[in-house]
Write a new protein. Structure first.
Length: 301
């Protein structure tokens, strides 16, 4: 049984990546990177929006190195169309894949441990077809691919994780912002549940602690919040477009606490009322005060 860091050391001769601090981003030579650690971009064109949001942080080369194996984690959990806003926007996912390859990645894997039947989810969400067209591998998260690791979390100890994730050099997290019947909202930290196997019902018993454990263990290099459309009610799977609000917005940051705090405000709620925000901050994962130094919001029109 290996933790993720040890597993990566054995397979690739290097430790698992960690969040890039702002001074590291600045050192990469981008003027935007010196000032911006949290970007919010609005535009009716999701492709231009996500590219600009990442560029404002210094570009994808700030997060991906040449010959990296990159795991891209959208939400593909439900048998729903993009218009129903239960899954990540496929145009956003495919553009992220393109940017990762442009940064020099050797390969890109896009996958999720779905709640509904995987083949239908992958197909109906349009994520499989668009990601494959962009050059990514889009495998199903099959039980035979699980590896038991020690997450050393408050709730999650030994837990099965998909080998594709463990073998990746970098993780990019692309959740969609939506309502959730149990946790009120589902955003970046909760999206990481799709990286593991095991019984989700066990995690739901202490959902806030569980998702902070996931964020602490995996530490994605970048979080990109899809708020092109948000599911404002009847989540997590929705079903009718009357529950969907089109915001044409993308947010990006290395900070999962800040991303989730921002996402909560899109639903008219106070981030301070959410336990996982407080837990994430107390465990050093980030800062919920996202509108501080380094925050920049633009409208591309």
């Amino acid at each position: 049984m290996l933790d993720r860091r040890t597993f990566l050391q054995v397979l690739a001769g290097s430790a698992a990546g960690c969040l890039l601090p702002i001074d590291r981003l600045a050192a990469l030579g981008s003027e935007d990177a010196e000032a911006v650690s949290f970007s919010v971009v609005k535009s009716p064109d999701p492709v231009a929006t996500v590219r600009k949001a990442v560029d404002m942080l210094g570009g994808m080369k700030s997060f991906v190195s040449r010959n990296d194996i990159v795991f891209v984690k959208p939400n593909i959990s439900w048998d729903r169309t993009p218009e129903q806003a239960a899954t990540t926007n496929p145009a956003v996912v495919s553009e992220v894949v393109k940017m990762v390859f442009e940064a020099g990645a050797k390969s890109v894997v896009v996958a999720d441990n779905t709640c509904n039947e995987a083949r239908r989810c992958y197909s109906r969400s349009e994520i499989q077809s668009t990601a494959e067209k962009a050059g990514a591998k889009v495998p199903f998260m099959e039980p035979r691919k699980l590896v038991k690791v020690d997450m050393k979390g408050e709730v999650l100890g030994e837990w099965p994780v998909f080998r594709n994730v463990i073998e990746a050099d970098k993780i990019i997290n692309i959740p969609i912002a939506k309502h959730h019947s149990l946790s009120s909202v589902t955003l970046s930290m909760k999206n990481l549940m799709g990286l593991v196997g095991g019984r989700r019902s066990s995690m739901h018993q202490k959902i806030s602690e569980s998702i902070v454990d996931l964020a602490s263990y995996f530490k994605p290099q970048l979080h990109i919040l899809d708020a092109v459309r948000i599911l404002k009610a009847n989540g997590p799977q929705g079903g009718t477009e009357k529950d969907v609000l089109k915001l044409d917005t993308i947010a990006a940051s290395t900070d999962p606490v800040a991303i989730d705090a921002f996402g909560i405000t899109l639903f008219g709620k106070d981030p301070g009322e959410f336990k996982h925000i407080k837990l994430g901050e107390s465990r050093g994962l980030g800062n919920p005060e996202f509108r501080g130094a380094g925050f920049k919001e633009i409208d591309l029109g």
